[in-house]
Design a binder for this molecule. Structure first.
Ligand code: PSU
Ligand code: MN
Length: 309
């Protein structure tokens, strides 16, 4: 496989050759997960949080059929523009977007794929995709490609668990079957994005970035298979969504999906938009703050991994 389809920014290329910590950031959460009114500000905040820890941010997107790892100001603005019309790119969409010269925002699956190819081993996002809830008694077929990609891509992903709109029990089982280490970052509970906890525990807990980095390095060096590692970091307590509001939004959101017959890659953006508009912005603050917190933790882990050991 050649990697000529990937263009690294000078800053990211220099950081990688100097062995500095680099953190991949995804573009789907900017282009499809947040309203355009805030996404460029969030993009800048994420990059500055990473820099403040001494790491280099590498926001990833496909622009004009070229995979970009590290975006300049114009490219970042293009990803966040209201009328950008970027396609949501999972791993399966990369080849069409590259070959057909399209613009697209990469999901966890798409971003992790390109990050690993570029040699970036740490990645921050909001919530990992997972197994969606099925109708009672039915088999759930909407399983995010994020899970399969993480099972076969050597990247450490820092996220706030999976969105509470998913079937968390099923998602946790798939993570176990696919042999993906899950590390609770200062928590014993698997977080559910808007909420710090879920009904499910984590198999391992770490209480520092150094401990998380040691596990990531041990997994990479000693466990065959090339899978990723999931570091789950709960939203800061002061930004957790009110539980009753959350439960109401979730019930309404599921009804909305059924009514409108929403399917496939539209499910997650439609649900997030419903949460953000129906909560009067409360869930938006939660979403932004959890992503910022994950970028901070990812940067600390990347810096630890870059230390000579
Ligand atoms: N985290 C957020 N907002 C988002 C996402 C994560 O705070 O929009 C995106 C990620 O790109 C993730 C995607 O890969 O949601 C999951 O989409 P799906 O369920 O269609 O696989
Ligand atoms: Mn899906």
């Amino acid at each position: 496989m050649n990697h000529e389809h990937i263009a690294l920014s000078d800053e990211v290329a220099d950081a990688l050759s100097a062995g500095l910590g680099v953190v991949a950031l995804e573009s789907t959460l900017l282009a499809h997960g947040l309203p355009a009114s805030v996404s460029l500000d969030v993009a800048h905040r994420l990059e500055s949080v990473v820099r403040a820890q001494g790491a280099v941010p590498a926001t990833i997107a496909v622009l004009g059929g070229r995979a970009r790892v590290g975006l300049d100001a114009d490219q970042l603005a293009r990803v966040c523009a209201d009328d950008a019309g970027l396609v949501k790119l999972s791993r399966r969409d990369l080849a069409p977007a590259l070959a057909l010269g399209r613009d697209g925002a990469t999901t966890v699956a798409g971003t992790a794929t390109l990050a690993a190819q570029a040699g970036v081993g740490v990645f921050a996002t909001g919530g990992l995709g997972g197994v969606h809830l099925a109708e009672p008694g039915a088999q759930a077929w909407d399983v995010s490609a994020d899970l399969d990609v993480l099972a076969s891509t050597p990247v450490a992903v820092v996220c706030s668990g999976v969105k509470s709109v998913l079937d968390i029990a099923a998602t946790v089982e798939v993570l176990e079957t696919r042999s993906i280490p899950v590390l609770g970052f200062g928590t014993d509970s698997f977080p559910s994005f808007y909420l710090r906890e879920s009904a499910f525990g984590v198999p391992w807990r770490v209480d520092s970035a150094a401990a998380a980095a040691a596990v990531v390095a041990a997994h990479r060096d000693h466990v065959p298979g090339g899978s990723g590692v999931l570091v789950v970091n709960p939203v800061p307590a002061e930004h957790e969504l009110d539980r009753d509001l959350h439960d109401r939004l979730l019930a309404d959101g599921m009804a909305l999906l059924r009514e409108r017959g929403v399917r496939g890659k539209d499910v997650t953006p439609v649900l997030l938009d419903h949460f953000h508009t129906s909560s009067g912005g409360a869930s938006l603050t939660t979403n932004i703050e959890l992503v910022v917190s994950n970028a901070l933790v990812a940067a600390q882990i990347a810096v630890e991994l870059a230390r000579p050991r």
